[in-house]
Design a protein around this ligand. Structure first.
Ligand SMILES: [Zn+2]
Length: 275
């Protein structure tokens, strides 16, 4: 089994101490894949665009590079194989109240620029896109494909493209159909990396306040039995919050890592080992 830790929302506003608080006892056991936003627009939340325009002074993006402490910290972590970086949107804002890669524009340019910016700032190679709010529109998919990125989410490519199929879409549609057919025939592919013609996709499980740890443990065992890929997704700033089953998110992540360690043939890897 391949085991991956996905942690979302590192950006120019993150303090290294926050990441250290959550991961200092974990990243010697498993690399932590941070989903990093290069030019975060803070505090946009769910507000409508009209409200945002009135608050234009708060709309200035915060470039990751302005946070020198964090950049140095990330570079050291990357060199030590403790930290791996994926691209997590560009601004992570909510254009028209929608996730950035559903409601945003100019996504192809932003994706290429965000990837190159992080690669040169952090001296690493980026192969993975984690969509803000886990959602991609057709333009969102086109942007990540153009940038040569793979994706960590659960979306079926074809569903949103049935009305306007282009030749490339047909290939992706065929792959989606073959996975659906296999599922109908009783084959569970939730632990498989999907190989679409132009990108690969891996699904994930969330550790958060609405989830029970024992459900995650059941999935982990099933994944181990099928020698699949288990991605546990969380947020460093949520480690002290309680799961539905009563443990803190941080304790749940530790429990899952320890349990994965006890399974034979577990490899703790970054996304690159999946693609
Ligand atoms: Zn996010």
């Amino acid at each position: 089994m391949k085991f991956v830790i996905r942690d979302d929302d590192t950006c120019g506003l993150t303090r290294p101490q926050e990441l250290e608080y959550s991961y200092s006892k974990l990243w010697d056991k498993s690399p932590v894949c941070l989903s990093v936003t290069p030019f975060r627009i803070p505090k946009t939340g769910e507000r409508s665009i009209g409200e945002l325009e009135e608050r234009r002074e708060t709309l200035d993006p915060v470039p990751l590079g302005e946070n020198r402490d964090l950049v140095d910290f990330l570079k050291r972590g990357i060199q030590a194989n403790r930290i791996h970086v994926a691209l997590h949107g560009y601004h992570h804002n909510r254009p028209n109240g929608l996730p950035e890669y559903v409601g945003g524009d100019d996504l192809t340019r932003k994706t290429l620029h965000g990837k190159e910016y992080l690669e040169s700032l952090l001296n690493c190679r980026i192969s993975t896109f984690v969509p803000p709010n886990n959602k991609l529109s057709k333009d969102g998919y086109a942007a990540i494909i153009k940038a040569g990125l793979n994706v960590c989410n659960r979306q079926n490519y074809s569903r949103m493209n049935l009305r306007s199929l282009a030749p490339g879409d047909l290939l992706e549609l065929g792959v989606t159909l073959s996975y659906s057919l296999r599922n109908r025939m009783g084959r569970n592919d939730e632990f498989e990396v999907r190989a679409y013609p132009r990108y690969k996709q891996a699904s994930y499980f969330t550790a958060g306040p609405t989830i029970r740890l024992n459900d995650l443990q059941d999935s982990l065992r099933a994944c181990s039995q099928s020698n699949g890929t288990f991605i546990i997704a969380t947020h460093y700033h949520a480690f002290d919050r309680l799961m539905k089953s009563g443990e803190t998110v941080g304790d749940a992540i530790h429990t899952l890592v320890e349990e994965a360690q006890s399974h034979p043939h577990t490899e703790f890897v970054s996304y690159d080992a999946l693609w």
